[in-house]
Design a protein around this ligand. Structure first.
Ligand code: SF4
Length: 336
């Protein structure tokens, strides 16, 4: 059983690398990604493997929305950028900046024709994202957590930004509390984890990710004194399409092992242990899994690894922190 929600989340991510639970699909996993209003714990991006290989031409860093606008519409042959790219709905000077950034990143070619900037593509941007699966993690499901989650998942279903939404929870050995699970929207799938393995308690429905969605902006409590109506806003299909690609791009850049970027693998107490499906961080000082929030420079037990560890080429090069980072970074790029 995981020591914390963070530990549970990492276990779900490690397990999800064998996605899907039944079937076959090329995919990779990321964590803590979404939109300004909604962040999911775990995301599985199902991909077209050939197209994903072609995506690698554009580098390991994500392409943000402005860069995507440039690379997706860059022409085969030289053209003035304003003639080649559709009007983005914001001033052209921002597009020009994005064209320069894209050129600096070496993902398009540019040249000057008088004072006009021309561009042409280096590669066609591939259609590499097949499906996005969002998983909300809640190891200890109690009545109030179930209420909040049911509300959140209903919002996810109404918006339909992901193709599937799931709840992942920890099995208590006799099966998860079924009464609580019945509160969840029927469209959401349910995964019950027992140790490092998961069983599907409920299969999700595929959401209309390509169609327009509905954002629930206000929901009355529905109590005796609250007769107000829920408020909704319409979300068009184009916005969803753009947002899905931006999310997938961020997932491509980060993967789920990026937790190392915000933790302190350079602390002498930082360790990793092998779980069922991958490495998980562990603090030797606390003698348990540490959370990402507590594993920081402000941790009272933080101690930098001694310089001698680094200089003595432990065990091959650098201290344990450097070695751990190398192992997890290598796994991160391999999964990508
Ligand atoms: S002592 Fe603190 S900083 Fe060091 S590994 Fe443990 S939690 Fe992280």
């Amino acid at each position: 059983m995981a020591d914390s929600e963070f530990g549970f989340e990492l276990r779900v991510c490690a397990w999800a690398e064998q996605w899907p639970p039944d079937g076959d699909a090329a995919s990779f996993v990321a964590r803590q990604l979404g939109t300004r209003n909604r962040r999911w714990d775990t995301l599985v991006i199902e991909v077209d493997p050939d197209a994903l290989r072609r995506r690698a031409d554009f580098g390991a860093e994500r392409l943000d929305s402005d860069l995507l606008h440039v690379v997706r519409h860059a022409p085969d042959d030289w053209q003035f950028y304003r003639d080649a790219l559709p009007h983005p709905g914001y001033p052209w000077r921002y597009v020009r900046e994005a064209v320069h950034r894209a050129s600096d990143r070496d993902v398009v070619e540019t040249r000057r024709d008088g004072n006009k900037i021309q561009l042409r593509r280096k590669w066609a941007y591939p259609d590499w994202v097949e499906r996005i699966v969002a998983i909300e993690n809640k190891p200890d499901l109690d009545a109030s957590a179930a209420d909040a989650l049911a509300d959140q998942l209903e919002r996810d279903v109404a918006l339909g930004l992901a193709d599937e939404v799931w709840l992942a929870t920890e099995s208590d050995g006799d099966g998860v509390e079924r009464a609580l699970l019945t509160e969840m929207p029927v469209e959401a799938g349910i995964l019950a984890f027992d140790g490092g393995e998961a069983s599907v308690e409920w299969h999700p429905r595929t959401l209309a990710a390509e169609a327009a969605g509905t954002r629930i902006t206000e929901r009355p409590s529905g109590g005796e004194y609250d007769q107000s109506a829920a408020r909704f806003e319409y979300v068009d299909a184009d916005w969803k399409r753009e947002k899905r690609l931006e999310i997938a791009e961020r997932a491509y850049e980060r993967g789920w092992r990026s937790y190392l970027d915000t933790m302190r693998p350079d602390c002498r107490h930082f360790d990793v242990e092998r779980g069922e499906h991958g490495y998980l961080p562990r603090c030797r000082a606390k003698n348990r899994e540490q959370t990402a929030a507590e594993c920081s420079g402000s941790c009272p037990e933080y101690e930098p690894e001694p310089p001698a560890w680094r200089q003595k080429e432990w065990p091959i090069e650098g201290g344990p922190g450097a070695a751990i980072r190398r192992v997890l970074d290598a796994r991160r790029s391999r999964e990508r």
